[in-house]
Write a protein of this length. Structure first.
Length: 256
C-alpha cells in the first residue's frame, strides 16, 4: 500500500515512516499540506496519515480539502493532540481514524490496515449502486445524497457507509454497536460516541432542521433509525363562495 505521511516534525515523521515501511508499505514523507494535495491529485495514493499542525494549513482543513477533491481513501490523524475536541473536529472534517501519540507501533499498523480494508470494500460495493428510500437517494459510487427537490450533497466515505446501513434497514432501529461494526468494522478501536458525531454531521447535510430531524431519528438508549419523511398531502382550499347550496359538485368537477 502506498502511504503518504505529512508531518513537519523530523523525528516523529521519520519514526512513523520507519514503522509503516517495516510493515511492508511504500511510504512517502512530506512536510506540508500542499505536497499532500499534489500527491493525491497525481494519483496512486492509498492512504494519508497527517499531523494536526502543519506549516501551511492545519490538518483539519487539509482533511476537508482532500474530501472536497473526492479523495475516498483513508485519512488518519496521528497526533499528540488527543483531546476530545481535536478528535471530534477531525471526524467532522472527514477523517476515518485518530491515533494519539505516543502509540503502539503494532496497533498503529493494525488500525491503518483496518481502515484501508473498509475503504476497499466500500469502493468495490459502491460501483453503480443507487439506493432510494422515500424521497432520499443515495448514490454510493458518487458519494452523494439527494433529497427530492434539493441539490445533491457530497458525503465522506464514512458518512456514506453509515447512511447506507441505516437506509438499507429503513424503519428498523439499529444499535450503536451494530452501526460501529457495519461502518468501522469488527476490529474497530476507538470511542463509541463516534457514531453520534457522524449522525450529527449527516443531519446537517440531510435535514432541513437538524434539531428536528425528519429522517435520522434517535431511539434513546438504543441507537438510530432511518424513517422517511411522510409525504405532504396537497390541500386544495375551497373558495369561500362554495358552500352547501349546491355549488360544491360544480367546483369539484371544475378542478377534477
Amino acid at each position: 500500500m502506498r502511504v503518504v505521511i505529512v508531518d513537519p516534525r523530523p523525528i516523529t515523521g521519520e519514526v512513523l515512516r520507519y514503522v509503516l515501511a517495516e510493515a511492508g508499505h511504500e511510504v512517502i514523507l512530506v512536510q506540508s499540506g500542499a505536497a499532500v494535495i499534489r500527491a493525491v491529485v497525481d494519483g496512486g495514493v492509498d492512504a494519508v496519515l497527517l499531523e494536526a499542525q502543519l506549516p501551511d494549513l492545519d490538518g483539519w482543513e487539509l482533511c476537508k480539502e482532500l474530501r472536497g477533491r473526492r479523495y475516498t481513501g483513508p485519512l488518519i490523524f496521528v497526533s499528540e493532540q488527543g483531546s476530545t475536541r481535536a478528535k471530534v473536529r477531525a471526524f467532522e472534517h472527514g477523517a476515518d481514524d485518530f491515533i494519539v501519540e505516543p502509540y503502539d507501533p503494532a496497533e498503529l499498523v493494525a488500525r491503518v490496515g483496518a481502515v484501508a480494508r473498509r475503504c476497499q470494500r466500500a469502493d468495490y460495493q459502491a460501483m453503480g449502486t443507487v439506493l432510494k428510500v422515500g424521497d432520499v437517494e443515495l448514490a454510493i459510487g458518487e458519494l452523494t445524497v439527494r433529497v427530492a427537490g434539493r441539490e445533491p450533497v457530497l458525503l465522506t466515505p464514512t458518512e456514506m457507509r453509515l447512511l447506507e446501513c441505516l437506509m438499507r434497514n429503513s424503519q428498523i432501529t439499529i444499535s450503536r454497536e451494530t452501526l460501529i461494526e457495519r461502518t468501522w468494522g469488527y476490529d474497530f478501536v476507538g470511542e463509541s460516541n463516534r457514531v453520534d458525531v457522524y449522525i450529527s454531521r449527516l443531519r446537517k447535510k440531510l435535514e432541513r432542521d437538524p434539531a428536528a430531524p425528519e429522517y435520522l431519528h434517535t431511539v434513546r438508549g438504543v441507537g438510530y433509525v432511518f424513517r422517511p419523511a411522510p409525504r405532504r398531502a396537497n390541500v386544495v382550499a375551497l373558495p369561500s363562495s362554495v358552500g352547501v347550496n349546491g355549488h360544491v359538485e360544480d367546483f369539484i368537477q371544475s378542478i377534477g
